[in-house]
Design a protein around this ligand. Structure first.
Ligand SMILES: O=C(O)CCC(=O)C(=O)O
Ligand SMILES: [Fe+2]
Length: 348
């Protein structure tokens, strides 16, 4: 493989493979079977059906507990129409099933971190094991970053679906941020205001079948960088969350949305909430698709622990950081679990 030449995992699979190429082989301690929890347990599901902003103290308490112990949970009766969840999965699959020259019109690899379009490598550096994943990243908010002509135009409703989906995910993220701010006994708008103007990206990930899935990862262990991530998956298992040192499967539920707290929320909450480490595993038989919607601050935003949460009994845990500096460090060092947020720990 020439450096800089786009190499899509899907194209690699289509060329016919019986073994996993060496760049995709994970070290033993990162392989899927290490520290795996037996699959009968799963990630807790929260039903928002009875949620009432003026009451619902039980639900707020339940969400606080999940944010404190897991940093991730699933929600149902979240208000996003099931039709829209199906549509985003359908247009996503339809793009990845289109011919390679069509997809390469939107190619984005090799031009630096966090660019919009069709790619495979999350990091710009060339060492390190590769993920068994292709993706399409869309910039959706603020509107000044949104240019739907950079998104696929087939099927004909692709851009419309992404636009409607982006709006619904923004509304749901804000609703959840209010609940989780109140869980910290802060005003409901606290986290939203700390984050400021929302930068939203939507990443559709496509994980082709893998010849030796026990040696690979679709996406290596990481925590998300921003404030909160909302994720929709198809019916194929693959997403796992780290809980007490063990990997737990997030059961695919077709009408559920997975909520993943990200690093800036951990910082704002002074560690009362945790950002969940998560990863994607792959399988030999079926492709898997997920849609992640990231709710992030702007690069110029300074993020710090809420002063209300820093007390004699709970001292300052994190140094404040400019979000843009956090992102640059992440892209240059790589995720490797949570080492980026760990670099901000205050040593007492
Ligand atoms: O595909 C998945 O389930 C995980 C995706 C993810 O974690 C991400 O895009 O940050
Ligand atoms: Fe993630």
């Amino acid at each position: 493989m020439e450096l800089g030449e786009p190499q899509r995992v899907q194209a690699l699979v289509q060329s016919g493979l019986s073994h996993l190429p060496s760049q995709y082989i994970q070290p033993p301690e990162s392989q899927p079977s290490a520290r795996r929890r037996p699959s009968e347990s799963g990630v807790p599901v929260v039903d928002l059906f009875h949620f009432d902003p003026n009451r619902s103290d039980d639900l707020r308490q339940q969400v606080w507990q999940l944010c404190h112990e897991w940093g991730a949970f699933q929600v149902v009766n979240h208000g996003v129409p099931r039709r829209l969840l199906d549509e985003i999965r359908t247009v996503g699959f339809s793009f990845f099933n289109s011919p390679m020259p069509e997809k390469l019109k939107y190619n984005c690899d090799g031009s630096g971190a966090a660019t919009e379009g069709y790619g495979s490598r999350m990091l710009t550096k060339d060492d390190g094991v590769l993920d068994w994943r292709d993706y399409f990243d869309h910039h959706t908010f603020p509107l000044s970053r949104r240019n739907p002509t950079r998104w696929p135009d087939s099927p004909p409703n692709y851009r419309e679906v992404v636009t409607e989906y982006s709006e619904c995910m923004k509304v749901l993220a804000q609703k959840l941020l209010r609940i989780i701010s109140e869980g910290l006994s802060l005003p409901c708008s606290f986290i939203e205001e700390a984050v400021g103007e929302v930068y939203q990206n939507i990443t559709i990930s496509y994980y082709p079948p893998c010849p030796q899935p026990e040696l690979a990862l679709g996406l290596q262990a990481h925590s998300d960088m921003g404030a909160i991530t909302l994720l929709v998956q198809d019916e194929v298992e693959g997403l796992e969350v780290l809980k007490d040192g063990e990997w737990v499967t997030v059961q695919p539920l077709s009408d559920a949305i997975v909520v993943i707290l990200a690093d800036q929320t951990e910082i704002i909450s002074n560690g009362e909430y945790i950002s969940a480490q998560h990863r994607a595993i792959v399988n030999a038989h079926q492709p898997r698709l997920s849609v992640a919607t990231f709710y992030d601050p702007s690069k110029a935003r300074k993020i710090s622990p809420a002063s209300e949460l820093v007390t004699e009994y709970s001292p300052l845990r994190y140094h404040g950081v400019m979000y843009g500096d956090y992102v640059s460090a992440w892209y240059s060092k790589g995720p490797e679990g949570k080492r980026n947020i760990d670099a901000l720990l205050v040593h007492h």
